[in-house]
Write a new protein. Sequence first.
Length: 194
Amino acid sequence: MKTVEQMSGVRMDHYVEVDFAGFKDLVDAIGGVTVTVDQDIHDTSSGLDLKAGTHRLNGTQSLEFVRTRHGIGDGSDLGRIGLQQKFMLALLTEIQKQDLLGSPVKAYKIADQLTATLTTDSALASLPKLAEFGRSLNGVNPSTMETIMLPVAYDKVDPNRVIAAEPQADTLWKAVRSDATIPESAKKSPATGG
């Protein structure tokens, strides 16, 4: 969190970290998540095997989906990040569709189920505060959200690492700080071509 704050110049009010078991249980608790993939994904490392198209994933399949990297793109973490962004939007869509955040009872039930597998900042450390935070997200519309990956380039010293690509990364952070529209040039990543 401190690294992101230092790089971005944006103060983070809260964070929620869900472990693998909690992630799987959350997806199963809401009855699965529907994702659409535009290409076949076969990843023997994660176990994911999906044909291009729309799929309803259970908790185990969802975990395979967000852990996949060898079956998509260049096999790096950058491809995995793209799948994780796609999944988060699909998860938020499912939560909205079921009105899980609009109902205090439903929000509390989901929060209660996840508390053993969550790590949060101290302001969200109680079940009522976590449920209240969840309900505060009720107005977020996943269909109007856009996920953006920090523009990166492969490190010249260690090609197994990526570093922020400048000046695109700086342009992105400035846009985030000013709540402005993010220019297309800031969304392009030299390492991934976009």
